[in-house]
Design a protein. Sequence first.
Length: 231
Amino acid sequence: MHAQADRRSLAGTVDLSRAIPFARGGRRLCFVDPSRKDRGIKVRRPDYTLADQRRSKAAWKRLRPLVRFDDNRQDEHILRRLGQVRGEAAFAHVARQFGFVPTSLGMGLSVELIRDGDGEISRTLESYLTIHGYSPECQAAVETFCDHLFTYRVPTRKIMLCNVLVQEDVDGQIRRLVLIDDFGTTNYYPFFLRTDASQQRKVLRKVDDFVARIHGFIAGDVMPSAVSLLD
């Protein structure tokens, strides 16, 4: 109790000043919630601001307001809407979100932390493929994962191998694949206002591209990502 209290101020701010992130992306850091080992907290990297992100885009995209470049806000919105529209079953292969929490590094998004049967944080699909290759077991898990995204019409951008986790049982058998990032759409028109057929076509293109990316990675045509879990 005392250790947890020390990690949060009286105002409820999570102190991450001495915490070490378990994963680092191009725009965000991921920490284990000091008071909830089954949850993570995503915060923006302090060395890469929303203004920096906007400056890196094409001229027409730089006309968007800064809030449109906030990945946490997009994730929270998309996953909240996914639950409202599709129900709890949609999260069988999608990491849940639990809203925003104030931290010493700015506002963070509380998310489901995917762990294996032995309690370790699950490895990325990219890491799994590097170690085990595209085994029949993994192929079956990928097929189930893609079917789920299509059935529940989960809105995604480009699905990167580093943003899909392979959750394993304590004996090393694959339990499921879980999407932890890449939510949303690159289009202006809101995904959930599209017709069912339009949503399905869009998701199908994304999962087909994802499977092609797996084969390209195995063949050495797709380079490893700079996004990684940290030791």
